[in-house]
Write a protein that binds this ligand. Structure first.
Ligand code: ADP
Ligand code: MG
Length: 328
């Protein structure tokens, strides 16, 4: 069983967990476009590949799959998820399973405005959002919208260009400097993260880990604590089943006075997944079972409450000559 992790970047732990799970019975191959992506050096072998938008990107990845006898492939970055889904048939023809959701759902998750409309249409609580400044101004004038609001790119990630805005003047200023910004009602509550695995064979939600975010830093959860609420598990199950996600996903929610608001979905391993893994939610094993043709049984909330996660920095040191060697 060999696994290919694309755009591994700084997700060293994910590569480590796969290697540990395979324990010499299979290999983990990682790729990135940069030889300064630390996670590639955790893999059994790595490849430096073109940027995902290059015409030869998918052919390059398929070549690696054939050469390395890959069984399953997954990506760790948002813009690549839809691309993988779109090429699912080519991967299948090469004997490779794409671990992820459909093209349609990857696009839905990437586009925060599309997701907003989907959530409203299906009756889920979420932050009211606008792309039209005129509509927003009208809502402010009639009292339906109040400051502060959040402004962010419709297809952004990693908290880039996200601003808390307190007046219309700043709304106009930001909009003048950047295209495709959306305006979103400020959700004033406890931020929550959920790491969810949807079995790729049965389509069932088989594992959910939820945490309260204590501190965010540079767009990522820096400190968090696990907790459980059956009502939250039920909401997540309903949402995930109704949308039809597959494989590993990460959901951002807010708890506002006991009501859960869905904020964002990333249909991939989130940066905070190590918290779930270390607390006992081993989704790597679930993936490997699926790749072997085995469906997983449902074990929602199989972890302890009150488990804290604290991130810290690590470094990898390499000499110039070793950077492009390909063998980690
Ligand atoms: N409407 C909002 N209300 C309160 N906080 C928000 C809102 N939108 C974004 N944030 C804050 O910014 C972070 C990143 O926003 P998010 O929508 O998840 O975009 P990204 O794709 O960049 O992660 C969130 O985790 C949250 O801390
Ligand atoms: Mg987010």
């Amino acid at each position: 069983m060999n696994v290919l992790i694309l755009s591994a970047g700084t997700r060293n732990k994910i590569v480590q967990y796969f290697r540990k799970a395979l324990n010499g019975h299979g290999r983990v191959i990682a790729t990135d476009l940069s030889d300064l992506a630390p996670a590639i050096y955790e893999a059994d072998r790595y490849y430096l590949v073109p940027v995902i938008t290059a015409p030869d990107y998918i052919p390059t990845i398929l070549d690696i799959c054939r050469k390395e006898n890959i069984d399953g492939v997954l990506s760790l970055i948002d813009p690549e998820l839809g691309l993988l889904a779109e090429n699912e048939e080519s991967f299948k023809a090469a004997g490779v399973t794409v671990i992820g959701s459909s093209r349609e759902l990857c696009d839905l998750a990437l586009n925060k405005m599309k997701m907003y409309h989907w959530l409203v249409c299906h009756g889920y609580k979420c932050a009211r959002s606008w792309t039209s400044r005129d509509d927003f101004a009208r809502c402010v004038a009639n009292g339906e919208a109040v400051f502060p609001v959040f402004m962010k790119p419709v297809e952004g990630s990693a908290s880039i260009s996200i601003t808390k805005v307190f007046d219309m003047e700043t709304v106009n200023l930001l909009a003048a400097h950047e295209d495709r910004l959306m305006i979103q009602e400020f959700l004033n509550g406890q931020e929550i993260g959920a790491d969810v695995y949807i079995d790729m064979i049965s389509g069932e939600v088989v594992s959910i880990f939820t945490k309260k975010k204590i501190k965010m830093r540079a767009g990522e959860t820096d400190k968090a604590v696990s907790f459980k609420d059956p009502a939250l598990f039920a909401l997540i199950e309903r949402f995930v089943r109704e949308a039809g996600f597959r494989g590993q996903i990460d959901i951002d929610l807010f708890d506002i006075n006991g009501e859960y608001y869905i904020s964002e979905v990333n249909p991939r391993f989130g940066g905070g997944y190590p918290h779930a893994y270390e607390a006992g939610c081993d989704h790597i094993a679930l993936i490997l079972n699926n790749l072997q043709g085995t469906a997983n049984s449902k074990k929602i909330g199989a972890y302890d409450e009150g488990v804290y996660m604290m991130k810290y920095n690590e470094v990898i040191i390499r000499k110039t000559d070793d950077l492009r060697a390909g063998k980690a």
